[in-house]
Every structure is written in structure tokens, then in C-alpha cells.
Design a protein around this ligand. Structure first.
Ligand code: SF4
Length: 357
């Protein structure tokens, strides 16, 4: 089964911490861009069944329902789309959207990923988000009322001035909402962003130990709400794990369409240049090969999952390190599988790097 990722690189305003590829929204450019996505969907000859389509960004919810429906019609016309395909759209919480959400559901979108980030107005202001905590709650409740039963929300951890108490209030609010999935990410200070130059704000960010504490608080609290961790940053009710995102970690094929989109098809990893005008003008998108999918990818990506990886995937040198890492509480070795614990997930880069030998 293959997944389709559609990159929609438009945002109303750039958030000060974000280094994702996106540009300011422009209706005519978006129309041309959708035309190019449709052309590419027709041009790729995918024989495999497609069981997930993901509109990511950027802010895909800036698109009109007719633009989204045009893309989904092209998916149905040109792909072997399974009847139960997971069709996700990332959505910004701002604004009253009942009619939009109703039409979106009718067009075939069956999963929403809502960019809530926090349910604290003070935190949202510090992050430079242009929506309120109430907007986030309203977006989720309205989506549910309009027929969305699979709703994910994003949480940002280790934000400026975020304490366990502040985060706890956000998690308590989340517990009252009809959410089936949570993506919780530690705030990264990316070079070149306005946040990276804002010393006053950076000085309020939790240090590494405090950030790890906030992460572990999130893992424990979400588990108590029935949202189990299945990947380092992903939590879901049973049966609501993201089918699309699991393809990345299981090294399954996915095709990315759009400026800046990444793909892994037939063991080849490639990306499309981050050039909206070039993408709109080209009959078929340009593919810049990044590399061949490497054997260590499945270790690197598989260890992100709570299910872990088979012991046999690790080299003899890596297996010798397991007792010490398990003794420190960073991983478990049960039977023939190796998996990170939540404590290991909090320092995953170092633990995974130690095992890639
Ligand atoms: S809305 Fe999302 S993609 Fe757009 S600038 Fe903000 S964080 Fe980045």
C-alpha cells in the first residue's frame, strides 16, 4: 500500500518559530498550484493501492473545499484509491468553520489534524500563534459535530515559560475534547527563524532536563486519558494510529507531490525543489534524488515506534550496548524485540545514534 503526501506551502502569516517551507497565501497562485497537483496525480503511474492521502503544509485549510475536492477527484480518477483510504487535512484552528467542515467531510476528508499547539492563551501569544485557546477547542468540537470522528491535535512542548502546571492545564482541557490522536513535539529553535534571534524569549525556554520532564509528563498524562504512545511524538486511542505517518516509520512507500515534498518510492528517496513557480509551470514535478533507502533507515525509523524493532536488525556491536542502555532505563529488550522506553524517547537521538554501529 502506498501513501500520497500533498504539500500545500501557503500560510496566512509565518509563525516565528517555523522553518517549514511555506509562502504567503495567494488565491490565484493556489489555483495554479492545485492545477499542478492534479497534473502530477495524472502523470505518475502508481500500480499499488493507495490507502492514505495527506494534505500537509503550510496550512492546507486555506484551500477552498472546491480546490480540495478537485484534488480528491483526481486521486479517485488516477490512483487505485482504497474504499477506506485515510484522508487527512491539516487545519489551522482560527475562525468559525462549521459550513467549511461540513462540506470538507462531504468531499471525502475523514481525518483532521488541528494545529492547536496549546490551550493556554499566554502560551499561544508567546509562540506567535494567531488563534486563541478557545479557537482550538471550538475547531475540534465543531469538526466533531460536523461528522469528523478521527481528529488529531498538535501540542508544542518546552515552549517559553511552559511549566508542568501550565502544560497540565492544557492536557486537562484536551481530555475534555473528542480527540483520537495527539502529536506532541518539543519546540526546536531553528536557525534563521525570528525565534532564534529573540534572546528574551529564548531565555524563558525550559532547559533540556525540564523539557524531558514536560515530555514524560505528557506521555503519562495522555496514557491516563486512553491515548497510548505508539511513536516518540504520537499518541492515539486504539485503532486511531495515523495510517499515513506509520508508512514513514515502517519504511513503506509514499509519493510526495508539491514544492518541497519528499518521497520514498521503489527504495529511492527524492524531493521536489522548494520553488512554487517552478512546480506550477512544470508539466511534471522535478525529482531531486536524495539517496537510496539505506538498511539503517529501518533501525532509525523503527526505533521511533513503541513496538520497536527485531533484535536481529542490530549489529553485534550495537547488541553489546543493550544491557547498559536497558539498565539505565532507556530501552527494553523483551524476547526478540528492542524498544525505547518513554525515558529513552526523551533522549532518543542519543540512544538511537548509539545503536547505529
Ligand atoms: S501555520 Fe504551521 S506551517 Fe505555517 S508558519 Fe505556522 S507553524 Fe509553520
Amino acid at each position: 500500500m502506498t501513501g500520497i503526501y500533498l504539500h500545500i506551502p501557503f500560510c496566512a502569516v509565518k509563525c516565528p518559530y517555523c522553518d517549514f517551507f511555506s509562502s504567503v497565501w495567494h488565491r490565484e497562485t493556489a489555483d495554479a498550484y492545485i492545477g499542478a497537483i492534479v497534473r502530477n496525480l495524472a502523470a505518475y503511474e502508481l500500480w499499488d493501492t493507495v490507502d492514505s492521502v495527506y494534505f500537509g503544509g503550510g496550512t492546507p485549510s486555506l484551500l477552498s473545499v472546491s480546490q480540495i475536492a478537485r484534488v480528491l477527484d483526481a486521486c479517485a480518477a488516477h490512483l487505485h484509491l482504497s474504499d477506506d483510504a485515510e484522508i487527512t487535512l491539516e487545519m489551522n484552528p482560527a475562525g468559525e468553520r462549521a459550513a467549511y467542515l461540513r462540506e470538507l467531510r462531504a468531499a471525502g476528508v475523514n481525518r483532521l489534524s488541528v494545529g492547536t499547539q496549546s490551550f493556554s492563551d499566554a502560551q499561544l501569544r508567546l509562540l506567535g500563534r494567531r488563534h486563541t485557546a478557545q479557537d482550538g477547542q471550538n475547531a475540534i468540537l465543531t469538526a466533531y459535530a460536523q461528522g469528523f470522528q478521527n481528529i488529531s491535535c498538535d501540542l508544542m512542548l518546552a515552549c517559553p515559560a511552559q511549566t508542568e502546571e501550565v502544560l497540565g492545564e492544557t492536557l486537562e482541557t484536551l481530555a475534555q475534547l473528542p480527540v483520537t490522536h495527539v502529536s506532541a513535539y518539543l519546540l526546536q529553535v531553528e536557525p534563521g527563524t525570528p525565534l532564534s534571534r529573540d534572546q528574551a524569549l529564548l531565555s524563558q525556554c525550559p532547559d533540556d532536563d525540564a523539557a524531558a520532564g514536560l515530555y514524560l509528563q505528557t506521555v503519562r498524562t495522555l496514557a491516563s486519558f486512553g491515548l497510548h504512545q505508539y511513536e516518540i511524538s504520537s499518541f492515539a486511542r486504539k485503532g486511531y494510529e495515523s495510517r499515513h505517518n506509520l508508512k514513514y516509520w515502517h519504511c513503506e512507500p509514499y509519493l510526495g507531490i508539491g514544492a518541497g515534498a519528499h518521497s520514498c518510492l521503489g527504495r529511492r528517496r527524492f524531493c521536489v525543489p522548494k520553488d512554487i513557480a517552478a512546480f506550477c509551470a512544470a508539466p511534471v514535478q522535478t525529482e531531486d534524488t536524495l539517496c537510496e533507502a539505506a538498511p539503517e533507515d529501518r533501525i532509525l525509523l523503527g526505533l521511533r515506534l513503541s513496538e520497536g524493532i527485531p533484535l536481529s536488525w542490530l549489529s553485534a556491536a550495537a547488541q553489546k550496548k543493550l544491557p547498559a542502555l536497558a539498565g539505565a532505563g532507556y530501552l527494553t529488550c523483551s524476547g526478540e524485540r528492542v524498544a525505547l522506553t518513554p525515558e529513552g524517547s526523551a533522549v532518543s537521538n542519543a540512544v538511537i545514534a548509539a545503536l547505529l554501529v
